[in-house]
Design a protein around this ligand. Structure first.
Ligand code: NDP
Length: 448
């Protein structure tokens, strides 16, 4: 009889053979599969149903040409994608990323993680992801609009409120969602539920912009409290300076922490007096400028080239909120050496497998992305509910629901880890709980 361990290994080898060049996707699959032995041992039917092979294959991948005209009148072409990964528990749901590094491997890793993240929220949403290798940096508003219109002209054939509901991600915020929604409406009809992260004036939800950053801090707070700690007086390192990072700065500061860093793809700021949330938002959102301006305007701040994870000063908590694989094994070892005892992920897969091992070997409290950053998609699902009901909840109501959802996700991870005698391994706890729900739903629906 095949053991759970052998089955997992064989299944992973098969995924590798089928997707040999998709390194990010394989990394995400390996991270999940590595934690599943106890649950597969407890459910031999997962082996006979070959559930690992099924869950690692997207239901559908759409890839398409996106032609658009730049400000000089020159025709440009980008590639657009939508990965519709898994609809076992609801319509595909997941963001759109516009960044020059976007390729099929990155969107498959993001779509794969999204399946499990979404089911952890307890809301009926499946997993998907999409985007383009378009680089929004330095483009005019009119160029962004033309690109978004062209992108949506194709994407609209494949999405719908009960089929697939995209949202934002890196490079896609309220402005881009607005342009895409406008184009969707011209081609189809008014249907607020087809995209989330919409501006407030036409179906957006209060607290959606804040949700991923706030949710990350709520999750981390639950994890800290369960271990006799809190944010109060803790020194926090945050990477990134976009949507997730900004609201993580704001909420962690509100809970009594001192956030001393933010970063972008060129460098990072250290501000020992605490990052000034209003100044940061003004620079990034109104001026759409670089972080060097923050250091130029705030006397207590210094700007440094390179990754914030090279920082050598003391800190207690790290919240990576920029991008995948920003923390490798040596950066993780540096964090541990400098006193960091808690890492929780606002970005998707910011820690590589070596970094995760380093956290585990050193007893670092680790909040994996699938659990810790689920607040964004959770409030997106609440936006869908409000659109269906044709009403808007107050900020307080949405925020309270978000707090409950993040507390539930933490408790699910903790209780599942305890059930399988895995101590404080919240990574395994969250992965197992999410996988079990997806596997059971898929099996109950027959061979899907
Ligand atoms: P934004 O586009 O608003 O911000 C991204 C930030 O990360 C910017 O500061 C950007 O710097 C930085 N960054 C991007 N690429 C790199 C890189 N290669 N190296 C270093 N820094 C980089 O995106 P979000 O804040 O929305 O997303 C950040 C992370 O959070 C992503 O991993 C995303 O998948 C994840 N996430 C987002 C959710 C959401 O609701 N928005 C939900 C769940 C997860 P620069 O300006 O120089 O590019």
């Amino acid at each position: 009889m095949t053991t759970a361990k052998d089955y997992i290994q064989q299944a992973f080898e098969a995924v590798k053979a089928r997707n040999p060049h998709e390194t990010e996707f394989l990394q995400a699959v390996e991270e999940l599969f590595n934690t599943l032995e106890p649950v597969i041992e407890a459910h031999p039917e997962y082996i006979t149903e070959n559930i690992l092979a099924r869950v690692a294959e997207p239901e559908r991948i759409i890839s398409f040409r996106v032609p658009w005209t730049d400000k000089g009148g020159k025709v440009q072409v980008n590639r657009g994608y939508r990965v519709q990964f898994n609809s076992a528990v609801g319509p595909y749901k997941g963001g759109l990323r516009f960044h020059p590094t976007v390729n099929q491997s990155i969107l498959k890793f993001l779509g794969f993680e999204q399946i499990f993240k979404n089911v952890l929220t307890g809301l009926p949403i499946g997993g998907g992801k999409g985007g383009s290798d378009f680089d929004p940096k330095g483009k005019t508003d009119a160029e962004i609009m033309r690109f978004c219109q062209s992108f949506m002209t194709e994407l609209q054939k494949h999405i719908g409120p009960s089929l697939d509901v995209p949202a934002g991600d890196i490079g896609v915020g309220g402005r881009e969602i607005g342009y895409m929604y406008g184009q969707y409406k011209r081609l189809r009809q008014f249907d607020a539920g087809v995209l989330t992260g919409k501006p407030l004036g036409f179906g957006g939800s209060l607290i959606r912009p804040e949700a991923t950053g706030y949710g990350l801090v709520y999750f981390t707070d639950n994890m800290l409290q369960a271990n006799g700690k809190s944010f109060k007086d803790q020194t926090v390192l945050i990477s990134g300076s976009g949507n997730v990072a900004q609201f993580a700065v704001q909420k962690a500061t509100e809970l009594g922490a001192k956030v001393i860093s933010v970063s972008d793809s060129n460098g990072y700021i250290i501000d020992e007096t605490g990052i000034d949330f209003d100044l940061l938002c003004d620079i990034k959102n109104n001026r759409r400028a670089r972080l060097t301006e923050y250091a130029a305007e705030k006397a207590t701040a210094t700007y440094h080239e390179g990754s914030v994870w090279n920082y050598e000063g003391k800190a207690d908590i790290a919240l990576p909120c920029a991008t995948q694989n920003e923390i490798d094994g040596s950066a993780a070892a540096r964090l541990v050496k400098n006193g960091v005892y808690c890492v929780a992920e606002g970005a998707n897969m910011p820690s590589n497998l070596d970094a995760i091992h380093t956290y585990q070997e050193n007893g670092v409290l680790y909040g994996l992305a699938k659990a810790a950053n689920a607040g964004g998609v959770a409030v997106s699902a609440l936006e869908m509910s409000q659109n269906s009901l044709r009403l808007s909840w107050t900020a307080e109501e949405v925020d309270n629901r978000l707090k409950d959802i993040m507390a539930n996700i933490f408790n699910t991870a903790k209780e599942t880890a305890e059930k399988y005698n895995l101590g404080k391994d919240y990574l395994a706890g969250a992965n197992i709980a999410a996988f079990e729900q997806i596997a059971d739903a898929m099996i109950a629906q027959g061979l899907v």
